[in-house]
Ligand binder design. Structure first.
Ligand code: PLP
Length: 407
């Protein structure tokens, strides 16, 4: 391994994540500190995971107290936090049950499997197709990856699972042409978190709902990134009045501990037989004990409206910033899941390098940011961030852009 200040390279970590890493020591509120003591304002929140920020005593205590009682039981047995959390989750919509797993991919994998199981038992063999949309991101496991139409992610792992079709996002006409009763499921994001922060149009949501219902196709809404108040509503589907049959959740659910959930309706749950699906670790006592605390905070109406207000304020700050530079374009997303378009999508690799450099420059100046799609800078700070911290982040971005303009 090699180390230069807090940047570590030639690590024994698999080659997925690039040649170098910033080595973090600790975090507090919206800030992270590296091993040299340098502090960073975090507009990434562990890729939309750390909704409550860092250094939370209440969450640490919930984990510790549960760890002293029992850490793991497997799903052969259950525990109080698992049952309590499941009860709350099911009551958050028209759901009858929840299957817990460990990651967003697994939650979607479960949703796809349950939809196929439902379709087979309800409609018979041959109704197994799955519809996904352009620029979607549903995860890296083979089923979820098959619904993630991105050549870079898919190509090395072909053949993928059969029966997956892709339709253009937000295209009502294409949707009507494509979706029929041979499909088991349609899987969709309300805001495409990884794929450019495109937002679902209300007219498309309405059509999707009708077409799925008419063809008895399970509507899977992937809220792995958007769920639990990040967009200024508890579920982003509420923005467009979309009612999922199956809803998947993950990122903020246990504040950074691995926990995900697939919420299912009675019509699906009633067809599942014992032993047909499962997970050793999914929904353990510790992750669910922490998630109970997280759920209580994130589902609070006052917390949600404050998040929405901060999201609106952040939007105006970004819009104002965008007017200052020719190379900046639209502000995208909702709530505290925001994007800022960097113009010049047609430039391909050159633009990708520029954005990579820009993210590095921001880091140098003490701000951590993300990318979405090819040319969108993505910001997903902790939902507990203050307005002053949002302003501080904008100031740092301004410094970065100022220097870019002078190149
Ligand atoms: N679905 C969405 C919308 C996501 O944003 C992600 C991750 O970014 C996933 C699924 C996959 O989640 P995980 O990386 O936990 O498997």
């Amino acid at each position: 391994m090699e180390k230069k200040n807090a940047i570590v390279s030639k690590t024994p970590l698999a080659g997925n994540y690039g040649p170098e890493f910033l080595e973090i020591k600790s975090g507090n509120g919206s800030w992270l500190e590296d091993i040299t003591g340098k502090r960073y304002l975090d507009f990434t929140a562990g890729i939309a995971v750390n909704a409550l920020g860092y250094g939370r005593e209440d969450l640490a205590r919930a984990a510790y107290e549960q760890m002293r009682r029992v850490i793991h039981t497997s799903n052969l047995y259950t525990t109080e936090p698992v049952l309590k959390l499941a009860e709350r989750m099911v009551a958050s919509g028209d759901f009858a049950a929840v299957h817990f797993s460990n990651s967003g991919s697994e939650a979607n994998e479960t949703a796809l499997k349950y939809a196929r199981l439902y379709s087979l038992r309800k409609k018979g063999p041959g109704h197994h197709r799955i519809l996904t949309f352009t620029n979607a991101f549903h995860g890296r496991s083979l089923g979820a990856l098959s619904c993630t139409p991105n050549e870079k992610y898919q190509k090395p792992f072909e053949p993928l699972i059969p029966g997956v079709e892709v339709a253009p996002y937000n295209d009502v006409v294409a949707l009507k042409e494509k979706l029929d009763e041979s499909f088991a499921a349609v899987i969709v994001e309300v805001i495409q978190g990884e794929g450019g922060l495109e937002i679902m149009e209300a007219s498309f949501a309405g059509e999707l709902q009708d077409a799925a219902r008419k063809n008895d196709v399970i509507l899977i809404v992937d809220e792995v990134q958007t769920g639990l108040s990040r967009t200024g509503r508890f579920y982003a589907s509420q923005w467009v009045g979309l009612k999922p049959d199956i809803l998947t959740l993950a990122k903020p659910l246990a504040a950074g501990l691995p926990l995900s959930a697939t919420l299912i309706p009675e019509k699906v749950n009633s067809l599942i037989h014992v032993g047909e699906h499962g997970s050793t670790f999914g929904g353990g006592p510790v992750t669910t004990a922490v998630a109970l605390k997280v759920w209580e905070i994130l589902s609070n109406e006052h917390f949600i409206s404050e998040t929405a207000q901060k999201g609106d304020y952040f939007k105006t700050l970004l819009e104002e910033l965008s007017t200052r530079y020719d190379f900046l374009g639209k502000v995208k997303g909702k709530g505290l899941l925001r994007g800022l378009e960097y113009r010049g999508e047609e430039k391909g690799d050159e633009l990708a390098d520029r954005i990579k450099g820009l993210i590095g420059d921001a880091r140098e100046k003490g701000l951590l940011i993300l990318r979405s799609g090819k040319n969108i800078l993505r910001f997903a700070p902790p939902l507990t961030i203050t307005k002053e911290e949002l302003e501080k982040g904008i100031d740092i971005l301004n410094e970065v852009f100022k220097e870019m303009k002078e190149i």
